[in-house]
Write a new protein. Structure first.
Length: 107
């Protein structure tokens, strides 16, 4: 199992219930492939650095997770096919500071 960070930029026209449904869908994608969710940090609606399609704003969600190495390809494929996701970035969290909840549990 490896540590990963997933940053997702969602359609700004989604309401709170739809954003929560997308978070649940992402968590389901991870758990179905043998991973676990460490933390979910919703940053909220922010201005994009540059327009992406017709969007100038986006809803940012940062998720820290643990996955088997082969599961990342399947998750990225599913994220690309989701229309509500404007952009996503899945990176290996090697050398990054642990999430606040994880740091507290290690002490």
């Amino acid at each position: 199992m490896r540590d990963y960070e997933l940053m997702v930029v969602l359609d700004p026209n989604l309401d709170d219930a739809a954003i929560e449904a997308m978070n649940t869908r992402i968590q389901t994608l991870v758990t179905q492939r043998g991973g676990t969710i460490e933390s979910v940090d919703a940053w909220g609606r922010r201005r994009l650095a540059y327009p992406i399609g017709r969007f100038r704003d986006g809803v940012y969600v940062l998720t820290r997770l643990r996955l088997p190495p082969g599961a990342t390809v399947e998750i990225e494929r599913a994220l690309k096919l989701t229309e509500s996701i404007i952009r996503h970035l899945l990176v290996r969290a090697e050398g990054l500071t642990p999430a606040p909840a994880a740091a507290a549990s290690q002490e």
